[in-house]
Design a protein around this ligand. Structure first.
Ligand SMILES: C[S@@+](CC[C@H](N)C(=O)[O-])C[C@H]1O[C@@H](n2cnc3c(N)ncnc32)[C@H](O)[C@@H]1O
Length: 296
C-alpha cells in the first residue's frame, strides 16, 4: 500500500510555522520539474492536504523521502496519481476525430495500400483509462471497412501511454460504464457493437471486444522524463494533457511528440493547446477542428 494518499486529508488545517507550506512547495517544485505541471489552485490544495496529514517534522521527512524517489518508484507514482486529473471518455472532441476519420485515416490507408506497406502506428499520449486509444481502434476499423480493406492484412499498433500506472491497469482491463461518470456518454450508439456486457445488462458495465484489444496496447510513460516510445508514428494524439503543464513542459512535450512522428505524420492536440513549433507542421483545418501534419 503506498504511504501517500491512503487517507482523506482535511483541507484547511492550520500550518503553524510555515514548514508545511514549505513542504507543499517542495513537492510542487519536484512535480513541476519531473512532470511539467503548472501551479494551479486545485493542485496546491491537493499538495497542502497531503502534507497536512503529518506534523511539520514528519512532513519534512516524508517530503525528503518523496523527492529522493525515482520516477518509477510506486510511492512517487502514487503521489502523481493523487494530484492528476484522469477525466476521459470515448469519442471526446468529436470534430477533430471526424476530421481524422474522414480525411486523415482514409488518405493514410490509401497511400499504404498503394505502397503495399500495410502498417499503421498510432500513439495516444496521456490516454488515462484508455478510452481514447480504443476510440482510435474503432475509427481505424471503420476506415478499413469503408475502404474495403481486410483488417487481417494490416499490422495496426495503437499505443496508449500515461504516467499513471493505475490508469494503465484500468485501460488494459478494458471494462467501462457502471456507476459514476459514463465513459460512453458521447459515443455514437452504432459503436456499441465493439463492446459486450460484463455481468448482465443491469449494470451497464461493458468490456472491450477482442477486435479492439488486438490492436491496442498500453504502457506507463512520463512525457517529461522518458524518451519517445517510437520515432515513426503515423498519428499522435496528446489531448487534454498539456493544459496542466507550464509553458516549458508544453514545449518539452511537443518536442518529444514531434520526434515520435514519421514524416507526414499527423498530430492532434487538445482544443486549448497551441502548437509550439509551427514551422515544422502544415496546419489542416475543417470547421472548428485542427490537425497538424509534420513536414520534414
Ligand atoms: C485529462 S486526462 C486526458 C485523457 C485523454 N487524452 C482525453 O483527452 O480524454 C490527462 C491524463 O494525462 C496524464 N498525464 C499528466 N501528466 C503526464 C505526464 N507528464 N506524462 C504522461 N501522462 C501524463 C494524466 O495521468 C491523465 O491521465
Amino acid at each position: 500500500m503506498p504511504e501517500m494518499m491512503t487517507s482523506e486529508a482535511t483541507p484547511g488545517l492550520q500550518m503553524p510555522d510555515g514548514r508545511l507550506e514549505a513542504c507543499a512547495e517542495r513537492l510542487f517544485a519536484d512535480l513541476r520539474g519531473r512532470c511539467g505541471f503548472r501551479r494551479d489552485d486545485l493542485l496546491m490544495r491537493k499538495l497542502n492536504s497531503a502534507v497536512a496529514r503529518f506534523s511539520p517534522d514528519e512532513a519534512v521527512d516524508w517530503v525528503d523521502r518523496m523527492v529522493a524517489r525515482s520516477d518509477h518508484d510506486p510511492e512517487w507514482l502514487a503521489l502523481v496519481e493523487g494530484v492528476t486529473v484522469h477525466e476521459t471518455f470515448f469519442f471526446r472532441d468529436p470534430a477533430q476525430l471526424d476530421m481524422l476519420s474522414l480525411r486523415g485515416l482514409p488518405e493514410l490507408i490509401d497511400e499504404r495500400n498503394r505502397s503495399g506497406d500495410r502498417r499503421l502506428a498510432i500513439w495516444s499520449a496521456g490516454c488515462a483509462s484508455g478510452e481514447e486509444a480504443y476510440t482510435l481502434a474503432i475509427l481505424v476499423l471503420r476506415a478499413f471497412l469503408h475502404a474495403g480493406c481486410d483488417p487481417r492484412a494490416w499490422a495496426v499498433d495503437i499505443l496508449g501511454t500515461d504516467i499513471s500506472t493505475q490508469m494503465i491497469m484500468k485501460a488494459r482491463d478494458g471494462v467501462y460504464g457502471g456507476p459514476g461518470l459514463d465513459s460512453f456518454r458521447q459515443m455514437p450508439a452504432e459503436n456499441m457493437v465493439y463492446f459486450m456486457d460484463v455481468d448482465g445488462e443491469q449494470t451497464y458495465r461493458k468490456s472491450v471486444r477482442s477486435e479492439l484489444t488486438a490492436l491496442v496496447r498500453f504502457h506507463q510513460h512520463n512525457l517529461m522524463g522518458d524518451r519517445p516510445p517510437g520515432d515513426a508514428f503515423d498519428v499522435v494524439l496528446c489531448r487534454n494533457v498539456m493544459m496542466y503543464f507550464e509553458d516549458e513542459g508544453q514545449v518539452h512535450t511537443q518536442d518529444l511528440l514531434t520526434r515520435s512522428l514519421a514524416q507526414g505524420g499527423l498530430l492532434l492536440l487538445g482544443v486549448t493547446d497551441r502548437i509550439a513549433d509551427a514551422a515544422r507542421y502544415e496546419r489542416c483545418q475543417a470547421d472548428n477542428a485542427v490537425i497538424y501534419r509534420k513536414l520534414d
